[in-house]
Design a protein around this ligand. Structure first.
Ligand code: AN7
Length: 398
C-alpha cells in the first residue's frame, strides 16, 4: 500500500498518485515482507539481491544490474581524521549515479501501470538515469533541465539515450513545478523522487551498507542532500532491516547541504519540521542546487529520529574534499558527492563526530559527470615533442 506520511491516508499500489489527495503531503510505500536474512545468501550482488523488499513484480523488472556498488575502506583519510571510514561509491552504477536504483524500480512500476511516457525535472543525474532506463523499457521520455546549470556529462547522457530534453529558463524548483503540472494533467508518469517508488529502489543503499558490514549498522551515514529523497530512502532501508530483525542498531543519519542551498539545515536549526523554500539557491555543486526539497519532511524526520545531524559546507570546502578524495584514495566523484566528505571533515573538526565512530560516506555520482569542474581544477598539460631528453628534463623538474 501507499500511505501519506502526514495524515496516514492509504492508497492502493496501482494508483497513479504523487501527493496525498486529502492533505497534500508526500507519500511512502509500506513494504513488510516476511523473509529471513538467509534468503539473500548466494545471490548476485545487485540491488535486486533484496527483491522481496521491492514493491514490484520481480518477473518483469527493468534492470541494468544497478547497485552492488563498492564500499571502500579509506585508510589514508582514516589516518588523517582518526575515525573508521568507508566510502560507498555510487558512481559505479550503470549511468554513474545512485539514481539508477530508483529508476529501476520506478520504470518497472511505469511498465506495470502501462503508461507510455515518463518524465522528470532534473539537476542532471535523474535525467541521465531516466533517459537510459526509459530507453531500455521502450518508453517515451521527457526531461526538463534548468538552462545552463546541468553538468556536461549528464546532459550528454540524457540526450544520447534519446530523451526529449527541454531547457527551462529557470531553476530546478521551477522546472519541477512545470513537469508536475504536466503529470497531473496525465501527460506523463512523473519519476522525480516525489514518486515514492523511486525511494524504494534507493533504500537498497542502506541494505547494502549493513549487509557489507556483516549485518552491522555503521554509527553514522553521511550524504549530500538536495531534494532529500536519498537520505529519506536510506533511512527507510535501514529501518526496514532493523524492524525485520536483521540488524540490532541504527545509524545516525547526517545530511550535508551546500551553504547556498541549505533549506533543510536551516529548518533543523530553527526546530521546524518542514522547510521554507529558498528563492535563489546557488552552489558549484549543481546537482544539489535546490531550494525547495520535495522530501524535506521525511529527511528532517530521519535526521531527528536517528539522532543525526545536518550541516552546511562552502563551495571551496566541497572542491577541496573532491580533490582530496581523488588524490589520496583514488576515488573520483562529482562536486555534490564530495559534500559528504567535506561535511565529515568539518564535523570531525568541530567535534560533532566522535573519534571512535564507524562512518560510511555515500558518494553519489562519478567524477566524469562534471568534466569541466575537474579540468578547471587542474594545471593544464604541457605540450612538447616526443623527445626523450626534453621529457626527462620536464619530469625531473616537476
Ligand atoms: C550526485 O538529478 O536532484 O537529496 O535532479 O545528483 O536525493 O536529491 C540530483 C541529486 C546528491 C541529492 N548527489 O540527492 C537530480 C537531482 C548527486 C545528485 C544528490 C543529487 P537527493
Amino acid at each position: 500500500m501507499i500511505k501519506c506520511i502526514s495524515c496516514g491516508k492509504k492508497y492502493g499500489l496501482d494508483e497513479i498518485i504523487y501527493t496525498c489527495r486529502v492533505c497534500g503531503s508526500i507519500l511512502e510505500v509500506i513494504c513488510r515482507p516476511e523473509v529471513s536474512r538467509e534468503v539473500f545468501e548466494c545471490r548476485k550482488f545487485t540491488m535486486w539481491k533484496y527483491k522481496e523488499f521491492m514493491p514490484v513484480d520481480e518477473s518483469k523488472i527493468v534492470t541494468l544490474e544497478e547497485g552492488g556498488t563498492p564500499l571502500c575502506r579509506c585508510q589514508k583519510l582514516e589516518d588523517k581524521l582518526g575515525i573508521e571510514l568507508y566510502v560507498k561509491v555510487e558512481g559505479s552504477n550503470p549511468t554513474g549515479s545512485f539514481k539508477d536504483r530508483g529508476m529501476s524500480v520506478g520504470i518497472t512500476k511505469a511498465m506495470e501501470l502501462g503508461v507510455d511516457a515518463v518524465g522528470c525535472a532534473s539537476t542532471g543525474n535523474t535525467s541521465a538515469s531516466l533517459a537510459a532506463y526509459a530507453a531500455r523499457a521502450g518508453l517515451k521520455c521527457i526531461v526538463l533541465l534548468p538552462s545552463g546549470k546541468v553538468a556536461l556529462g549528464k546532459l550528454a547522457q540524457a540526450m544520447f539515450h534519446g530523451a526529449e530534453v527541454i531547457s527551462i529558463k529557470g531553476n530546478f524548483d521551477e522546472a519541477l513545478e512545470a513537469v508536475t503540472a504536466l503529470a497531473n494533467e496525465g501527460k506523463l508518469y512523473l519519476l522525480n523522487s516525489v514518486n515514492p517508488f523511486r525511494l524504494e529502489g534507493q533504500k537498497s543503499i542502506g541494505f547494502e551498507i549493513v549487509d557489507e558490514l556483516g549485518w552491522r549498522s555503521p554509527d553514522r551515514i553521511i550524504l549530500p542532500v538536495g531534494n532529500a529523497g536519498n537520505i529519506s530512502a536510506i533511512w527507510k532501508g535501514v529501518l526496514e532491516f532493523y524492524e525485520a530483525g536483521f540488524i540490532e542498531e541504527l545509524p545516525m543519519m547526517t545530511g550535508i547541504q551546500a551553504e547556498g542551498a541549505a533549506p533543510i539545515v536551516r529548518a533543523i536549526r530553527e526546530g521546524k519540521d518542514d522547510i521554507k523554500p529558498l528563492e535563489n539557491p546557488e552552489t558549484v555543486a549543481t546537482a544539489i542546487r535546490i531550494g525547495a526539497p520535495v522530501s524535506a519532511k521525511k529527511a528532517i524526520r530521519a535526521i531527528g529520529e536517528s539522532g543525526g545531524y545536518a550541516e552546511t559546507v562552502s563551495d571551496l570546502e566541497i572542491l577541496e574534499a573532491q580533490k582530496l578524495l581523488a588524490r589520496t584514495e583514488g576515488i573520483g566523484v562529482e562536486p555534490a558527492s564530495a559534500a559528504s566528505i567535506a561535511g565529515l571533515i568539518k564535523l570531525v573538526g568541530s567535534e560533532k563526530i566522535d573519534k571512535d565512530e564507524k562512518i560510511v560516506c555515500v558518494v553519489t555520482g562519478h567524477l566524469l559527470k562534471d568534466p569541466n569542474i575537474a579540468i578547471n581544477a587542474c594545471k593544464q598539460p604541457i605540450e612538447i615533442e616526443a623527445d626523450v631528453e626534453k621529457l626527462s628534463q620536464i619530469i625531473t623538474k616537476n
